[in-house]
Write a protein that binds this ligand. Structure first.
Ligand SMILES: C[S@@+](CC[C@H](N)C(=O)[O-])C[C@H]1O[C@@H](n2cnc3c(N)ncnc32)[C@H](O)[C@@H]1O
Ligand SMILES: Nc1nc2[nH]cc(C(=O)O)c2c(=O)[nH]1
Ligand code: SF4
Ligand SMILES: [Mg+2]
Length: 210
């Protein structure tokens, strides 16, 4: 059984598939407690569902893109079974970077968005650095920053792991002026992808299920 917080249809609000209709499966439970977490409600709330129940709910929406998120989706082992049932779907798994992704090998239609936790999250010491060598070309790295200190930290990480594929940087929502981050990126000549979480601009930022 899987412990599921919510399943809903919306448009992808983050990452390289931003804007595409996507079915979100939010799993319950997290091993971190980032200072800025916008989904604390998913850390404990949820109900048990079988993989079959999750898959049949996914099928009702009639779309082929799925985002597994949470909480931390890789904390539940049965996610492997769910992934094996979603072979016809483009699946993106939002993971917090603290869990060994080598233990969850993905098929080519599935990909990771791996978050690297910057210092202001309070979770930097949880980073499982071996994951950097196991990411594939179509996986994405995401860094959420809330301060100049976070930015400088990120700059060092990028230097060190310059072979990384797509790197997306975004502000802690409402915490730092996006223009500042963009200016820093351009001043330093970094080739990064900047993003805002568009669902928080379209809907009320505290709204669930969007
Ligand atoms: C809620 S987390 C769930 C997946 C996984 N636990 C993780 O941290 O990647 C999904 C994404 O939302 C981002 N996020 C959470 N709160 C945020 C906030 N206040 N502002 C910007 N991004 C936020 C996280 O950094 C992560 O990339
Ligand atoms: N629209 C929308 N896009 C998202 N992309 C990642 C999300 C998440 O919470 O992980 C998310 C979310 O909660 N809503
Ligand atoms: S790892 Fe993700 S879900 Fe967990 S506290 Fe951090 S942002 Fe929230
Ligand atoms: Mg979210």
């Amino acid at each position: 059984m899987l412990k599921i917080n919510e399943i809903f249809l919306s448009i992808q609000g983050e990452g390289i598939s931003t804007g595409y209709p996507t079915i979100f499966v939010r799993l319950t439970g997290c091993n971190l407690s980032c200072s800025y977490c916008d989904t604390v409600y998913s850390h404990h709330e949820g109900s048990l569902m079988s993989v079959e129940e999750v898959v049949s709910q996914i099928k009702t929406y009639g779309y082929k893109r799925v985002c597994l998120t949470g909480g931390e989706p890789l904390l539940q082992d049965e996610v492997r079974v769910l992934l094996s049932r979603l072979e016809d779907y483009e699946v993106n798994i939002e993971t917090n970077g603290s869990i060994d992704i080598n233990k969850f090998p993905l098929n080519p239609k599935h990909r990771y968005t791996m978050d690297i936790k910057a210092p202001s999250s309070g979770a930097s010491n949880s980073i499982f650095y071996e994951n950097f060598t196991n990411l594939r070309k179509n996986d994405e790295i995401k860094i959420v920053i809330g301060s100049r200190e976070d930015y400088l930290w990120m700059r060092e990480i990028i230097k060190k792991f310059h072979q990384l594929g797509v790197i997306t940087v975004s502000p802690v929502f409402g915490e730092i002026d996006p223009q500042k981050i963009i200016n820093w990126i351009l001043e330093d000549n970094l080739d990064l992808r900047f993003q805002l979480q568009i669902h928080k601009i379209i809907w009320n930022p505290d709204e669930r299920g969007v």
